[in-house]
Structure formats: structure tokens, C-alpha cells
Design a protein. Structure first.
Length: 151
């Protein structure tokens, strides 16, 4: 777990397993576990928690590592809701852990977008603080949709 902003930490599933709250789980594995689902036994996309689940200081996002087009179906709205969650936690002056399975792509990409939006951090500065950032399709999607996400 690495502190990347004044109230933002980034890590992996091991870091998240220690029970830190508030928590953003930016991965399908934790999202499904939180909702009691399996890949074979999950609800339709119309379920209100299908894309994200937000309560008790824990936000889970149904994000998988993969090509950019996988992030189209959640779109910029998922990012805005994640930013709103992070804003609520920041208003409580509480550090939030953002994690994904390995802490390399989804979690640091979300952290970077949030910090770029709220604190004006540059990509180079973020990479210096979090050198393990190796984003995949989520980064491609974010770059193509930057104006819709980072305001």
C-alpha cells in the first residue's frame, strides 16, 4: 500500500484484506464477493448493484482488467460516482484505500484520475509516487474519455 495523495492510498487485494475502511474495490472479484455472486450466478445488468455497490464506507466497482471497450458499458458515470465517494470520504478527513487485484492497473488509474481532477497532479508526478502503475485497457479508455471523466 502506497500513499499517493493526501488522503488516497493505492494497493492490492492483500492490502484490502486487512479491513481498511473506507475502501474502493476497483475489481470484479471483490465486487462479486461483496454482493454474494459468482460468475455463474450473477444478476442481470439491470440489477441496481451490477455496476457498483456503495455503502458502509465501501465502494465496489464491477471492473475487469481487459481491453478499453470493456469500460464503455459503465462509462463516465462510474468514474463520477467513484469520485463522489472519494470526495465524501475526504470531507471526513479519512484516507481511502483504492485497490484492485494486483494494484497495478485499475486502482492506480482511478487514483491518478481522481488526483488529477482534484489536486492537479501530473501523470509524471503520479508515476514517481507509484512506479508500479502499469495500466492496461482502463488507461486507454480513460485517455479517450478524459474530458467526460476528469472535469
Amino acid at each position: 500500500m502506497i500513499q499517493v495523495g493526501s488522503l488516497i492510498l493505492v494497493g492490492d487485494s492483500v492490502d484490502a484484506s486487512h479491513g481498511h475502511r473506507p475502501l474502493v474495490s476497483a475489481c470484479q472479484t471483490w465486487h462479486y464477493r461483496r454482493n454474494g455472486w459468482t460468475v455463474k450466478d450473477r444478476p442481470e445488468r439491470t440489477d441496481p448493484n451490477y455496476l457498483l455497490h456503495d455503502d458502509d464506507g465501501w465502494l465496489t466497482l464491477n471492473w475487469v482488467d481487459g481491453p478499453a471497450e470493456l469500460f464503455d458499458w459503465g462509462g463516465a458515470e462510474m468514474w463520477r460516482r467513484a469520485f463522489a465517494f472519494l470526495d465524501r470520504m475526504a470531507a471526513k478527513d479519512t484516507a481511502t484505500l483504492i485497490h484492485c487485484d494486483q494494484g497495478q492497473s485499475r486502482a492506480p488509474t482511478l487514483a491518478y484520475a481522481y488526483l488529477a481532477s482534484r489536486e492537479g497532479i501530473s501523470e509524471d508526478a503520479f508515476r514517481q509516487v507509484y512506479p508500479d502503475w502499469t495500466p492496461g485497457g482502463i488507461w486507454e479508455w480513460l485517455q479517450a474519455n478524459w474530458a467526460a471523466v476528469v472535469r
